[in-house]
Ligand binder design. Structure first.
Ligand code: PEP
Ligand code: MG
Length: 585
């Protein structure tokens, strides 16, 4: 038997956008050519400054050109490009460059690169993931200017004319929005995290992506075959025959399963004996609404409105927010759209505000706590929502309620804004349900009291697990302690549902737990009315719901509620699911 020499390499990164892609690498290092450094005579300083100014103007018209090509429907992308236009004309940056020119007598592209390096170092040293990721935008702007100064052709990723996996040290947001998802089938980057604009855009474009790979660029040759596993965050370079076959099979299965599942599109999420549950979608940006409609979700169970606020320079004004909310409401027609008020702080810091005092951000100034203090920001958002309510079936939801006083205060402010708008004759929905997220153990423990004040509950298990088990949800070192099957979680969910039901209000769940098919069965048996998840998770969850009876689901739940550990629950549920569906992974 001959020995086959294999050069297969596997890289583990952050699963940033789901799906599998198998294609040859397209290595994108267009900007890695070094910036030149040379002396400029004193007599040329003025000319050098004009050279810089005209490069800035050319870079600005390049951005305006991209905006025109995109057309008006890409509001989020326009927001990014507007932010870049502002950065290009940043008075502080331009002042510094103008001042440094006569001091150093060096060429302006070198001065710019040094200035940008200092800025990026400051942001990256901030220890703040969000700020560190914003350095990408700054680098993007500086590269645009440098390319103009050097008349260097920027490789247009929009011109890629064959199916590839794009491999790059990093990808700027403005580059990501130019990608054609029919050509760029996968993305593998050394840099980036789940909250970067690049990850958000990859998900909304439906391109499987693994980010934060650290050294994938050093580990590949151009045109090598690459497998992107966006579900598990694994990239395999130059796979051996066996791995390739395995992934090809997986891809075929995924495609087959997707086709089978699309047959469920118009069927309800209903058990074999007629118990129904509503499956809704979570979105971050209005553009995701297309995939929500494709999935035939029964509504939007969570619109994380904070992603509209991530512009590095300014907060969205009332009209901009109003337009974004109306866009989603109108697209969904009669179906409910649940917009959560601003949930910033913790791991989602607004770049336009100072967070340096936060010693313990996850237990700190976030969500409703922030809004009740930054009242003008809160009132502006509520006004935009109230005005938008005339255009569809809106529900408003407050995040991170931890005591009844917070809910009273938020409801009081909402009522004041509603009264003011009504006094001006502003059209608004007559029936506007106001709910809260249950994601702190204290809220669960007083859910009987909160249920008398709120129109609905939505359980946020992502945070509820974090706060119940005292485990930072983003810390990979303690990831095994973050246990979605922990018996404590199931008791807390049960208590919330029971208290909500006793008070006669609807109870939904919008954390990641909802997208786990086995958990979805338990949640249905617990009596939840609604489960909200990423649109792509709806078909597999619906399939499981449609294949069990309410009686069987209750029996599984009863058993699970007696178990002592997360491991026990997990292995029992997976065993049960495996027996039911032999195609489970
Ligand atoms: C949650 O905490 O479960 C939730 C849905 O909110 P987020 O993930 O935005 O914190
Ligand atoms: Mg949350």
């Amino acid at each position: 038997m001959s020995v086959i020499f294999t050069r297969m390499r596997e890289f583990k990164g952050i699963p940033a956008s789901p799906g599998i892609a198998i294609h040859h690498a397209f290595a994108h290092y267009a900007d890695s050519v070094p910036v030149p450094r040379y002396s400029v005579p004193e007599s040329e300083v003025e000319n050098e400054w004009h050279r810089y100014q005209s490069a800035v103007e050319r870079a600005a018209s390049e951005i305006r050109g991209i905006k025109e090509t995109l057309g008006p429907s890409h509001s989020d992308q326009h927001l990014l490009l507007d932010a870049q236009l502002l950065m290009l004309h940043d008075p502080e940056m331009n002042e510094q460059i103008k001042k440094t020119l006569p001091e150093t007598l060096l060429n302006v592209e070198w001065i710019l690169s040094e200035y940008i390096e200092r800025m990026v170092n400051i942001l990256e040293a901030s220890g703040d993931e969000y700020l560190a990721e914003r350095s990408l935008d700054i680098l993007d702007v500086s590269r645009r200017i440098t390319n103009q100064l050097l008349y260097r052709e920027r490789l247009s990723l929009a011109l890629i004319d064959k199916e590839v996996v794009l491999v790059s040290p990093n990808l700027m947001p403005s580059e990501t929005i130019m990608l054609d998802p029919e050509k760029v089938r996968g993305i593998a980057l050394d840099a980036g995290g789940r909250t970067s604009h690049t990850a958000i855009l990859a998900r909304s474009l439906g391109i499987p992506a693994v980010l934060g790979l650290r050294n994938i660029c050093r580990g590949i040759k151009p045109d090598e075959l690459i497998i992107i596993d966006g579900n598990r965050g694994i990239v395999t370079v130059d796979p051996d025959e066996e791995t390739l076959l395995r992934y090809r099979r997986k891809l075929k299965e995924l495609e087959k399963r997707e086709t089978q599942l699309s047959g469920l599109r118009n069927l309800p999420a209903e058990t074999t004996d007629g118990r129904r549950i509503s499956l809704m979608a979570n979105i971050e940006i209005p553009e995701e609404i297309e995939s929500v409609i494709t999935s035939n979700a029964q509504g939007v169970g969570l619109f994380r409105s904070e992603f509209l606020f991530m512009n590095p320079r300014e907060l969205p004004d009332e009209d901009r927010q109003y337009r974004a909310y109306v866009q989603v409401l109108e697209a969904m027609g009669d179906k409910p759209v649940t917009i959560r008020t601003l949930d910033v702080g913790g791991d989602k810091l607004l770049p336009s505000m100072d967070w340096s005092d936060e010693k313990n951000p996850l237990l700190g100034w976030r969500a409703i706590r922030f809004c009740l203090e930054e009242e003008e920001i809160f009132r502006t958002q509520l006004r935009a929502m109230l005005r938008a309510s005339a255009h569809g079936n809106l529900r408003i939801m407050f995040p991170l309620i931890s005591n009844a006083g917070e809910l009273d205060a938020a409801l009081g402010i909402l009522e004041e804004e509603r009264r003011d708008l009504a006094a001006c004759g502003t059209p608004m929905a007559e029936n506007l349900p106001i709910g809260i997220m249950i994601e702190v153990p204290s809220a669960v423990l007083i859910s009987d009291i909160l249920a008398l004040k709120a129109d609905f509950f939505s359980i946020g298990t992502n945070d509820l697990i974090q706060y119940t088990m005292a485990v930072d949800r983003g810390n990979e070192k303690i990831a095994p302690l973050y246990q979605p099957y922990h018996p404590a979680l199931w008791r807390l969910i049960k208590m919330t549902v029971d208290n909500g039901k006793d008070a006669g209000i609807a109870v939904g769940l919008c954390g990641e737990v909802a997208s786990d098919p086995a958990s979805a069965v338990l949640l249905m048996a617990l009596g939840l009315d609604e489960l909200s998840m990423g649109a792509f998770s709806i078909p597999p969850v619906k399939r499981i719901i449609r294949s069990v009876s309410a009686g069987e689901a209750s029996a599984v739940l009863e058993k699970v509620m007696t178990m002592a550990t997360s491991e026990e629950v997990e292995s029992y549920l997976h065993g049960w699911l495996g027996e039911k569906f032999d195609d489970q992974e």
